[in-house]
Design a binder for this molecule. Structure first.
Ligand code: 1HN
Length: 359
């Protein structure tokens, strides 16, 4: 190195070291990483085969009760985000087990939650004074700051996928939580009341007074699989499959037509047997739960001129994550139904949502 250049390098190094105690750093050393040309998420494609996860869940059932654990959950932790309890940079996911006779005690927190029932029927979740009985494929939301507890009065274990905006709320330092005084909150409405009020494309006239004034969260808290599955089956009879998504519907807030929650969107799609989808990419990283059928997800991204490819062969109850801005193609060897959720409402609200449909 010539002496002028080496003297400059030394002076810079001395400057950085001298100002570090004053909490000052040089932007020019990190500018490229701070403003990348396109997203390059530390979140990695990852896959959880149900046959591998389930025995660990059942072993958890032998070493701790639901009451003692508060929530007996195995976190689906992204291997690129170790130690953060995160499946993407903004979202948390886990599989929760509740055994016959158990109760997961009532609490509330500002984090928004969703449940997607994976195995077993007959457990219930209570949200804001009303219970809903869980069946495989049901999508249920627990809005921010609503009391919720779970119980299992059936004879079989019940397992569901939890999705929460924990990393988002952590980043915003806006987390609050409290326990209810009793294990279970009082039930003040009969089961089905919520569906009668908001699930028939109608809303009570009194709704205006009780509603969430900003309409940010759906007043409907349970979306039965039977209904959603039937909609997909009918769509399939009448229309050609979308070349990228097959037949894909998003869950609505029936009061506004918007997302079911302010931070998390959810979707259900059917890939007909033989479907060989085209590639897409989107800024919202998505978590998938396979309900029915077998197929394949092929993920790709470009890193320094190389293509990194990951292939997941999926079957019922498997879970996987498609990180932000990875190309993804879905195919199915038999009729397949996939549930997914993502942080799309955040991207949309901030004007950051981008998606591409590729050839
Ligand atoms: C929670 O409240 C539940 O209510 C599940 O079932 C998972 C993960 C972190 C924080 C709170 C539940 C959770 C959670």
């Amino acid at each position: 190195m010539d002496t002028t250049a080496s003297r400059a390098a030394e002076e810079r190094a001395r400057l950085y070291a001298d100002m570090a105690p004053a909490n000052l750093t040089p932007l020019w050393e990190s500018l490229h990483a701070l403003v990348p040309k396109e997203p390059r998420s530390p979140c990695l494609p990852a896959f959880w085969r149900y046959d591998e996860v389930r025995p660990f869940l059942m072993r958890s059932g032998e070493v701790i009760t639901a009451e003692e654990a508060v929530r007996r959950v195995l976190v689906l932790e992204n291997p690129g985000l170790r130690g953060q309890s995160a499946i993407t940079q903004t979202l948390y996911a886990g599989l929760q087990l509740i055994l016959p006779g158990e109760v997961a005690p009532s609490h509330r927190h500002t984090q928004t939650a969703l449940r997607f029932v994976v195995e077993g029927a007959g457990a219930f979740t209570a949200v804001n004074g009303e219970r809903t009985t869980m069946h495989p494929g049901d999508f249920i939301i627990t809005p921010s700051w609503t009391w919720h507890d779970h119980g299992n009065e059936s004879r079989n274990p019940v397992i569901w996928l939890d999705g929460l905006d924990i990393p988002t709320v952590r980043m915003l330092d806006s987390g609050f939580a409290e326990n209810y005084a009793a294990a279970q909150q009082p039930v003040v409405r009969s089961e089905g009341s919520n569906f009668a009020r908001f699930g028939a494309n109608m809303a009570p006239m009194a709704h205006d007074a009780e509603a969430d004034p900003h309409g940010a969260t759906s007043p409907l808290f349970a979306y039965p699989y039977e209904r959603s599955r039937d909609a997909l089956a009918r769509l399939r009879r009448d229309a050609p499959a979308d070349p990228w998504d097959g037949f894909k519907l998003r869950y609505l807030n029936p009061a506004t037509g918007g997302w079911p929650t302010p931070t998390i969107a959810a979707f259900l799609q059917m890939l007909p047997a033989g479907f060989d989808g085209k590639a897409w990419r989107q800024t919202d990283g998505a978590v998938f739960s396979v309900v029915e059928g077998h197929g394949r997800a092929t993920l790709e991204r470009d890193v320094d001129g190389d293509v990194q490819r990951t292939v997941f062969e999926f079957g019922p109850r498997d879970h996987f994550v498609v990180p932000s801005w990875h190309r993804c193609r879905l195919s199915a060897s038999e009729d397949a139904v996939l549930f997914s959720f993502s942080d799309r409402p955040i991207h949309a609200a901030l004007g950051l949502l981008r998606e591409e449909r590729l050839g």
